[in-house]
Design a protein. Structure first.
Length: 331
């Protein structure tokens, strides 16, 4: 029997290999909570999606567009040729990073009409932190994926990739069958919309922690990770977000030696200097923290949360206290 085993990244793939899993093991490399997302309803959209994601990561310096696009294409072709595999196993965790990958893959399989012999392991802990022996114990919670579950994943992807977050907010109030971690993960995605203070939850945790003495970027990353019930940020994405609070028109913080980039982490001296930067809040940062100022009133926001392109004219917000989406037209 030939098996295709898909998991969340290289560390988990290496772990499953070390555990002796037999089959083609594929890491699904993409931080889908960063950058734009689009619809997935057929091969044409698969092509558009990989163009979109390759462009985004190339602009961020992850690699050249052609290299990134080739990597995405290989994954697409592997799933398209899924009938070559008797069995497909999906190994994923509970956090936002993994849950987005999971619904993407199931949406693809749904539109490719692969409904038989697909199995899912959903771990409530981090695969990469397990031993090879321990990870195999998770096979006990493996469950077959039904066509209904794929349809739910497809619906979840539709609302995540929509250009308005209203349907996503409705979806997180549900408890989709077969996905015990999905609603909470997608709520965490909603929290990356600007709040009433103009900051995402991640940015707010940064500002809060710096105010309480976490003045080194490396320490700050660890502190903010500890504030998550399910950690999903990688260090590079986190530091890019941190840089955006200093390298903007009206900074919220000071102290970084330079804007975060992939080149920094290839150079030991620059990496060390960046991680040992001494961070402090500016006066504006302190006022935002106190609730008397709005980051978005002083700085132009231009980023994506799922399919929502946030901009000064399209500034959707999320009022976490009242669990309410605020339409730009009403703010």
């Amino acid at each position: 029997m030939t098996s295709l085993i898909i998991t969340n990244g290289d560390n988990a793939a290496d772990l499953l290999t070390a555990a002796g899993k037999d089959g083609r093991i594929v890491p699904w490399r993409d931080s889908l909570h960063e950058g734009p997302l689009s619809k997935l309803s057929g091969k044409q959209n698969f092509h558009s999606f990989r163009q979109l994601r390759s462009t985004y990561w190339a602009e961020r310096g992850a690699d050249e567009f052609a290299v990134l696009e080739a990597s995405y294409k290989l994954r697409d072709e592997l799933l398209t040729a899924n009938d070559e595999f008797d069995r497909i196993e999906l190994w994923f965790e509970h956090d936002l990073y993994d849950q987005l990958q999971l619904i993407e893959i199931l949406t693809r399989l749904y539109h490719l009409k692969r409904f038989e012999n697909v199995y899912l392991v959903q771990a409530g802990s981090y695969l990469s932190m397990m031993s090879p022996d321990a990870v195999l114990d998770l096979e006990e919670i493996s469950r077959p994926v039904t066509e209904q579950m794929m349809a739910i994943a497809d619906l979840a992807w539709q609302v995540v990739s929509d250009d308005r977050p209203l349907k996503l907010a409705e979806f997180v109030s549900l408890k989709p069958a077969g996905f015990p971690f999905l609603a909470q993960a997608l709520l965490r995605l909603l929290e990356e919309l600007p709040g009433l203070d103009g900051l995402s939850r991640t940015e707010r945790q940064m500002v809060y922690s710096i105010d309480r003495g976490m003045g080194r970027p490396g320490m700050l990353f660890a502190r903010c990770q500890a504030m998550e019930s399910a950690q999903f940020w990688g260090d590079w994405g986190f530091f890019l977000n941190l840089s955006g609070l200093q390298f903007c028109e009206h900074p919220v913080l000071t102290g970084l030696t330079e804007r975060a980039s992939i080149e920094i982490f290839k150079d030991e001296d620059r990496r060390k200097a960046f991680l040992q930067s001494s961070l402090e809040l500016t006066e504006l940062g302190a006022e935002i923290l106190a609730g008397t100022e709005d980051f978005a009133s002083h700085n132009e926001i231009n980023r994506y949360v799922g399919g929502v392109h946030l901009s000064p004219r399209n500034l959707w917000r999320f009022d976490a206290a009242n669990h309410q989406i605020i339409n730009p037209q009403n703010h």
